[in-house]
Design a protein around this ligand. Sequence first.
Ligand SMILES: Cc1ncc(C[n+]2csc(CCOP(=O)(O)OP(=O)(O)O)c2C)c(N)n1
Ligand SMILES: [Mg+2]
Length: 582
Amino acid sequence: MSDAAPKGPAPRRRKANTDGGEALLRACRDLGADYIFSSAGSEWAPVWEALARQAEGGIAGPRYLDLTHETVAVGMATGYALETGQVPVVLLHAGAGLLQGANAVHGALLTGVPMVVCSGESTGYGDGAGRDPGSQWYRNLSVVGGPQALAAPFTKWACAANDVSVLYGMVRRAGELAAQPPAGPVYVNTPVEVLLDSWQPAATGPVPRAALAAPADEDVATAARLLATARRPVLAVESVGRDPGAFAALIDLAELLAIPVVEPQSAVCANFPRSHPLHQGGDLTALAADADLVVLAGCRAPWYPPSAKPGSATVLVIDEVPHRPHMAYQVLTADCYVGGSAGPALQAIAARVHEDGLFDARAVRARRERLADAHTAADQARQEAESRAAADPAGPVDPVVVASTLRDMLDPSAVVVDETITHSRTIVRHLLADVPGRYRYVQGGLGQGLGVALGVKLAVGPGRMVAFTVGDGSWLYNPVLPGLMASAQYGLPLLAVVFNNGAYRSMQLNHLRAYPEGAAVRTGQFLGVDLSAQPDAAAVATAAGAAGFTVASTGQLGPALDKAMAAVRDGQSAVVNVQLTR
Ligand SMILES: Cc1ncc(C[n+]2csc(CCOP(=O)(O)OP(=O)(O)O)c2C)c(N)n1
Ligand SMILES: [Mg+2]
């Protein structure tokens, strides 16, 4: 009779070495992750075991990076994703590590980089059947509502893998969700008991490349007509240049019609060659006020206040996801949209402009000449500013000199990762980034830049230098010791240049804007500004195994950077603390 008995689910047999840790590692492998960026926690023993088996068996798979601070782990993942386009996996600890890394995860959301963040909880707190999670989960680590409730506000998607049978599939899909526009971080809660449970692999395999999104013909035709017939067009860009294909396509389109290109204050990377005659600097307001067509290519916040669109131009928005879901408020004043990935969209518009032949070649020629003249005048002013700033070698250092000296001394292939505040416009103006990836601004709360720069360095490899420019206040927010440790441990030497004005200068400017004749002005006592008690950045660097330099006068800058760059080329990070006039 036993044959006739109803069949229940097959009894679960524990296959040796096949558990939740293996499921998670398999998902990382299938997502094509080169690295797992981690800050340790007791839930990760099953993954460490799986990685030890990977090494033992000589199996190809992600390399695990043991990092000693969550901000470094998440920041590195951001830098690596920016540079490679991969979906990195980040393992943090429980709610505690997730909260510590939260600022950087939020930074990844603002930056729009894909990332899978995992951390654990306990489902049974030691009373559950099966393996012992460890008493700390009962005593200290529970989070009411689960850690996914903590992650939800600063991720695109947050969920718990409550059973080992869904762990692989959930992490794998999380990676695909992260990469789907708008790219951003996603969170998977991976409970300890789930990681320890036995796993029967099913439906595994490499994740295919995501589909490319193409713009609609109708939208392309409208855009081409608007561009071809505009008399005074202007194009603003923030981040499209991250994609080298889009960077090239933007040059083609701008050159075709002699469209001035502006990188407003909201720009976060090199988008268009700064030395190109069509590059018209960073002030969109003036050009937009006079324009009949404003093209916003991947621009989330082109002007401020948000509703104060200058002038009466038609606004054409070219963006895969124009309204960013992570922004609480955004005003684009769009009159029409072109969707799809930026590169193909810009290419399609340029092709259509060609095909239609609607533009007035004479007007385009005249515009090209006028813009080239304006560019030359602006460039002359830049050069004069540099000469003035460098006039006295014995005098204190002007930030313009630091930016222009870095430009002249850095190899053309070097990358600048920037986490300065009041100096960022100066850096952008004088660095003259001409190629994609030359300049990247760190988005989100302060303190992530060192991690981001390390992640960029990991991606670009030993042949390319990474310079990290950072304000003195922002440097203090960075986990400098864990960052320098990661630099030494994984052979990722950086050049860090501290723009030291001894203050949170931005806070003072903010105070002055609101209270230009207030009590703080009368008494000279500004709170939230003074950093005169900061530790000596060069001495801290030296104590942490990096090379440290202090620059107090203009004449000292070049020689100090020379020595610092030599140290970096030799594999040691260097910190150059530049005492500035402002
Ligand atoms: C995590 C975090 N805390 C606080 C702030 C607020 N904040 C913005 S700029 C700034 C000062 C930055 O100082 P510094 O890097 O020296 O640049 P400076 O203002 O001198 O140009 C602070 C505290 C922030 N952006 N992020
Ligand atoms: Mg400062």
